[in-house]
Design a protein around this ligand. Structure first.
Ligand SMILES: Nc1ncnc2c1ncn2[C@@H]1O[C@H](COP(=O)(O)OP(=O)(O)O)[C@@H](O)[C@H]1O
Ligand SMILES: [Mg+2]
Length: 252
């Protein structure tokens, strides 16, 4: 197996009003191609910052990040945004969608931006929307769908260019339990189809669907738990209990 992401001695320092805040302190970890990894940890521990720096959305202060065999620390802004457009997908708790575009127009946008043939992009958008059961929302505006539907639309958009890696920052944070599990199932499916996933969540239930959990405290990895790939939903209760026991020992 080859690594999709390799993070070595990653540091990120924010300087605000002359004070430095070392938010990431020598972080080391890697992900195998096709892996589904979750990051948990207290608020303010640097989880979002980690996602932003390893995906090149934010600059790093020191260290090295290799994504899909490319050293992203050496790339300029334009190269990074091309890389993100073609090889990465993003979903966040707060959904960033264009208010003036319909759901389907939002979903196809990154495909058009990547200059892929439009009929191919349209077909893929439709197929994704059918799979995620939101095809009936295609022509609605984002204010005319439920939170769960909107988050599934975000997932469709993030998958439109068949990314190697999906970065998800609390993707179910704004959803109720039912909608959360629906979105989670789709993430698991996308992962089964070969997309690697790096996700941040506060939910034990959501995290227990993933393969490996990394616990983050004060900008550093405190421990990790390997759960293995979830084969069937029946395993969920046992996995969740295992995760809870482990988190208890970490003072979660
Ligand atoms: N753009 C920024 N400028 C300055 N400080 C920031 C910025 N983004 C995050 N921080 C600080 O970095 C720390 C970690 O934040 P964050 O990565 O959002 O944590 P988490 O996602 O684990 O809650 C916090 O102390 C936060 O205030
Ligand atoms: Mg965060």
């Amino acid at each position: 197996m080859s690594k999709v992401l390799e993070v070595r001695s990653l540091c990120k320092t924010y300087v605000v009003d002359g004070y430095s805040n070392n938010v990431l302190q020598n972080v080391d970890f890697s992900m195998e191609e096709g892996e589904f990894v979750t990051i948990m940890g207290p608020s303010g521990s640097g989880k979002s910052t980690l996602l932003y720096t390893v995906s090149g959305m934010d600059s790093m202060t020191a260290g090295k990040v290799t994504f899909d065999g490319q050293d992203i620390s050496k790339m300029n802004k334009k190269q990074l945004s091309e890389l993100r457009l073609h090889k990465m997908g993003f979903i966040f708790q707060q959904m960033y969608m264009m208010k003036k575009l319909s759901i389907i127009d939002n979903i196809v946008l990154p495909g058009y931006q990547a200059k892929k043939p439009r009929d191919e992009v349209n077909k893929r958008a439709e197929a994704l929307m059918r799979r995620l059961e939101i095809i009936e929302t295609a022509d609605r505006y984002i204010t005319e769908v439920s939170g769960g539907q909107l988050q599934r639309a975000c997932l469709c958009r993030s998958l439109i260019n068949s990314p190697k890696m999906l970065y998800a920052d609390e993707p179910t944070g704004a959803l109720n339990q039912k909608a959360s599990m629906e979105v989670m199932h789709e993430l698991v499916k996308a992962n089964r189809d070969g997309t690697s996933v790096l996700m941040v969540t506060h939910s034990e239930k959501i995290a227990s669907c993933s393969e490996r959990v990394i616990y983050f405290v004060d900008g550093n990895i405190q421990g990790e738990l390997t759960l293995g790939k979830m084969q069937h939903e029946d395993e969920l209760a046992v996995r969740e209990r295992r995760l809870k026991n482990w988190l208890d020992k970490l003072d979660w």
